[in-house]
Design a protein around this ligand. Structure first.
Ligand code: FES
Length: 371
């Protein structure tokens, strides 16, 4: 009996040894986990919306393993990931398509002066070009349990994109809800989604777009910046306000909404990149400690640390680039930074976590990244 036990023990030991010496095979689950945040898409169609804005219809690229697109909620964005001159960069764009049609995504991109990714998208991308994008992310949009049935959306310029998606959601799946979108643009030529807006205004009983032109007068359009008089007829007893546009628009609107006694909890904002112009233009040393490596590079007081990481060829994680998603979270081991517009939870901030996407260096920096 003892002999048998000894024999079995030996066999067991040899089986364990043979297994542990073999490298584990990558299962489909492992491969899936590796790419869990990415989707591969092809540009199916490009539409010129205005002289400086184009819409891109994105379909899944089955040849690269994306058989269907992840579902999204009106108001969410995706992040485009690409290499530009060997530098890995990411940019976030709101989805402007119908969330109830999961077969494709639409993103709408406006030219930005010195914009890296936006200009590549507008000038170099063609139909059938491939793109790598993130899963949809973000918390902006209509929340049935939180929000009222009368929604007033305020859009400035390309800030109309999430509201086009919301218009489809409200029209097709929220019969009790009413959406009025105030859309402010400079001229008639700058109106994005002109035909779709006209279609909603003609057909829908619950979704309405009101366009105001700030730099010219045209028949059928309001004139001037969105003001109290324009809003008044649309305000009900209980309202939810959603805003997407430049910071100046938010400031003006907040003043107007306080005159209507709209509680702050009823107003929700799409996060914008909080522009920050430091008084100095200094260059500092940036040491980056990675899991198995470290990099020494430069950073500038005029740019967020994420830009310096990308310029150094580090594939730093990022999604929103405005300090809200937490994806770029890193540890500041040494140095002084100015964080602009970040929503870092206090518990993390107290433990020296920062968001490099909105952190401007004010001294030499040592940063730890978990990659
Ligand atoms: S990329 Fe979202 S918080 Fe920095």
């Amino acid at each position: 009996m003892e002999e048998e036990i000894l024999k079995a023990q030996k066999e067991r030991a040899s089986i364990i040894k043979s297994y542990s010496s073999k490298p584990l095979k990558e299962s489909n689950i492992t491969l899936l986990a590796k790419t869990r945040n990415l989707q591969y898409v092809t540009i199916k169609e490009i539409k010129e919306e205005t002289p400086d804005t184009k819409s891109f219809i994105l379909a899944p690229d089955a040849s690269k393993g994306t058989y269907e697109l992840a579902p999204f909620k009106a108001g969410q964005y995706i992040s485009i990931k690409m290499f530009v001159n060997d530098i890995y960069v990411t940019r976030a764009y709101s989805l402007s398509s119908n969330p109830l049609n999961p077969k494709f995504y639409r993103i709408t991109i406006k030219r930005v002066k010195n914009g890296l990714v936006s200009n590549i998208m507008l000038d170099e991308m063609e139909e059938n070009s491939g793109l790598t994008i993130s899963l949809p992310a973000g918390n902006f949009g209509y929340e049935p349990l939180r929000d009222e049935k009368n929604i007033i959306a305020i859009a400035g310029g390309s800030g109309i994109t999430p509201f086009m998606s919301l218009a489809y959601e409200i029209e097709n799946s929220r019969p009790q809800t009413k959406l009025t979108v105030f859309y402010s643009v400079k001229t008639l030529e700058d109106i994005i989604f002109k035909e779709e807006i006209a279609h909603f205004n003609k057909k829908s009983k619950r979704v309405k777009f009101i366009i105001t032109l700030t730099r010219e007068e045209q028949e059928g359009y309001l004139n001037g910046h969105i003001n109290k008089k324009m809003l008044e007829p649309y305000i009900a007893e209980f309202n939810t306000f959603l805003m997407c546009g430049p910071k100046a628009l938010y400031q003006t609107m907040n003043e107007i909404l306080s005159e209507f006694n709209i509680p702050k909890k009823s107003v929700h904002y799409e996060n914008y990149f909080a522009e920050y112009k430091p008084n100095t233009n200094n260059e500092y040393e940036l040491k980056v400690i990675l899991k198995n490596d470290f990099v020494i590079t430069k950073c500038s007081s005029t740019e967020p640390l994420l830009i310096a990481l990308e310029k150094a060829g580090i594939k730093a994680p990022s999604l929103c680039r405005v300090g809200t998603c937490g994806f770029c979270k890193s540890v500041l081991l040494e140095g002084k930074i100015k964080m602009v517009g970040s929503s870092m939870p206090t518990s993390l901030a107290e433990n020296d976590y920062i968001h490099p996407c909105v952190a401007y260096p004010e001294s030499d920096i040592v940063l730890r990244l978990d990659i």
